[in-house]
Ligand binder design. Structure first.
Ligand code: SF4
Length: 324
């Protein structure tokens, strides 16, 4: 299958309907053996030090993996995507832009999906059929999420990992379905985990690799991964346009806020970790969450891929102790 890189979640139903295999560049970057070397590779190519580590990772991954084509989300994701697209284009990568409408306009989004369909030469019937198949897999991942917060049988890392993988279904939905089913089989027979503090994690997926383990070692557990959960499209609809309109991440902070508040109450969360990425415009949105959410929030910042630094560990320790 032809590989197409993604800079973030897009309607992958179109790609699978067209027989194309999507590769979420974020996932291959962070799961690389030495992700820091990818960041350095981009800096050697001229990417500034004060640009988000994810963007640098995406640039190097695309070139190293020889991905010929990338679908870049030009609206509703990252302010750095335009320059990423341009620098990749200069290196011979074909760029296909995709935009989410800031005002969640149905007509606009439908026309963006149709543009993608026309590029990949697929019809609505095939896309809708593919949506049904992918929703079946998504529903298994929803069950992992339910086992996390309701039955306390899944830790924060696996909750994060399976949900984040729904952006591309690891390039092979059938294989991924099997992996999820095997995991569920084991997880549902586990004894419930017994932590003192239930946490929520909001913000972009962390570039820090040991956050969830660290929290579990000090008696806390993440029972809600906000954006990762959104990647699973946890909505009751069979209309693909509606599905990507309900998806909160590409729209404004207030769309996310509503979802966050609902899940805090449902999952009985004591405190939130707001993860922010160095040099990311989304850091500014911390102002909104702090003002609008009435449970304690700890804002932490990650820069390059790697483990938690000592200062952040100390801040997390104090936060968890305070909540306990
Ligand atoms: S963390 Fe922020 S700056 Fe980095 S890729 Fe994501 S949206 Fe862009």
């Amino acid at each position: 299958m032809k590989k197409v890189g993604l800079t973030t979640t897009i309607p992958v139903e179109v790609l699978y309907a067209a027989g194309v295999s999507p590769v979420d560049l974020n996932n291959i970057f962070i799961s690389a053996e030495k992700p820091m070397e990818l960041v350095e590779q981009s800096e050697m190519a001229g990417y500034p030090r004060n640009v988000c580590g994810w963007i640098k990772g995406l640039y190097a991954c695309t070139l190293n993996e020889k991905i010929p084509e990338v679908i870049a989300v030009t609206q509703g994701d990252c302010t750095n995507t335009h320059a990423l697209m341009e620098t990749l284009q200069m290196r011979g990568v074909k760029i296909i832009p995709f935009a989410y409408p800031y005002d969640r306009d149905r007509k606009f989004l439908k026309s963006e999906i149709e543009k993608l369909m026309s590029y990949y030469d697929v019809e609505w019937t095939e896309v809708n059929k593919t949506m049904q198949k992918l929703t079946e897999i998504r529903s298994l991942v929803w069950e992992i999420d339910r086992l996390t917060w309701e039955e306390n049988k899944v830790g924060g890392f696996h909750n994060h990992l399976f949900q984040v993988s729904c952006s591309d279904f690891e390039g092979d939905p059938l294989q991924f379905k099997k992996k999820v089913s095997d995991f569920l089989e084991v997880a549902k027979n586990k004894k419930p985990l017994q932590e003192n503090v239930r946490l929520g994690f909001i913000g972009v997926p962390p570039i820090i690799t040991d956050l969830y383990d660290y929290l579990e070692n000090i008696g806390a557990r993440v029972v809600y991964n906000e954006i990762q959960r959104q990647f699973t499209m946890p909505f009751d609809t069979d209309d693909i346009v509606e599905q990507y309109l309900l998806y909160t991440y590409p729209y404004h902070a207030f769309a996310r806020l509503e979802d966050i508040k609902k899940e805090i109450a449902k999952r009985e969360i004591a405190g939130l970790i707001h993860y922010t990425q160095s040099f990311c415009f989304r850091q500014i949105e911390d102002i909104i969450y702090r003002e609008q959410i009435d449970i304690p929030i700890l804002t932490i910042e990650g820069d390059n891929p790697g483990k938690l630094d000592a200062r952040t560990k100390m801040r997390i320790d104090t936060f968890v102790e305070m909540l306990a």
